[in-house]
Design a protein around this ligand. Structure first.
Ligand code: DC
Length: 225
């Protein structure tokens, strides 16, 4: 597919709960259609990392907002994440950050700052595939394609447990359930399916099947522009 034929910038928004397949699908779709990819969850994780590194309580709304505004963040295409000059690639996925990230992501000022950086990223790149929790509802409601991925709670927990070697299924299942509840019930920009989003339940689909569905729908959207 040649996404450069379109006059407008092509943006694909992919939202969904943890373990729904967002990251894998977004990354591979971006490769297939030759657009840059942005993992916005890694941005919320980076603010959380920066708070912990500075000894700031992730619940402290004002302090977390300052950290977000001043954060120097570099995200390389190979997945390397540098926060305020420190390589945080491994730690942003670790248990300490994972436990505190929903709290940091609930602060409205943190969200405003990161949403603005995400829009700026897409403008600079001339489009892209962005994945997160509020891309289709808040960041790019007019995206070329808005996708909401789901999967059963059991399959999502099993996928996450498979990714992290030293975590067992029950621990991961409990953590996912806790984060889902926090992400879906927070006041600012809760996780929800955007109006008009293409909802894909990935429970029984292979990654290639999901990619085929999205690529076909994107092609239809581009042809209708
Ligand atoms: O996708 P992830 O598990 O790396 O995301 C980490 C947390 O960040 C998740 O619990 C919710 C939050 N998040 C968010 O609130 N908005 C986004 N656009 C992306 C992530």
């Amino acid at each position: 597919m040649n996404t450069s034929e379109s006059n407008e910038m092509v943006v694909v928004a992919i939202d969904g709960p943890a373990g729904s397949g967002k990251s894998t699908v977004a990354k591979l779709l971006a490769e297939r259609i030759d657009l840059p990819y942005l993992d916005t969850g890694a941005m919320y994780r980076s603010v959380t990392f920066a708070c912990i590194a500075a000894g700031i309580d992730p619940e402290d709304r004002a302090a977390a907002a300052e950290v977000a505004k001043n954060m120097e963040l570099r995200m390389e295409t190979d997945g390397t994440v540098t926060v305020n000059g420190v390589d945080a690639t491994t730690q942003i996925r670790g248990p300490e950050v994972t436990r505190a990230v929903s709290s940091v992501a609930s602060h409205p000022e943190v969200r405003t700052e990161l949403v603005s950086r995400q829009r700026e990223w897409a403008r600079r790149k001339g489009g892209g595939v962005l994945e997160g929790r509020d891309i289709g509802t808040v960041v790019f409601p007019d995206a070329t394609l808005v996708v909401y991925l789901t999967a059963s709670a059991e399959v999502r927990a099993a996928r996450r447990a498979g990714e992290v070697a030293d975590l067992d299924y029950d621990t991961v299942a409990a953590d996912i359930a806790r984060r889902d509840a926090l992400d879906q019930n927070r006041e600012t920009d809760p996780l929800r399916r955007a109006d008009g989003a293409l909802e894909v339940d990935t429970t029984y689909l292979t990654i290639d099947e999901v990619l085929d569905v999205l690529e076909n729908r994107l092609e239809v959207s581009l042809n209708n522009e």
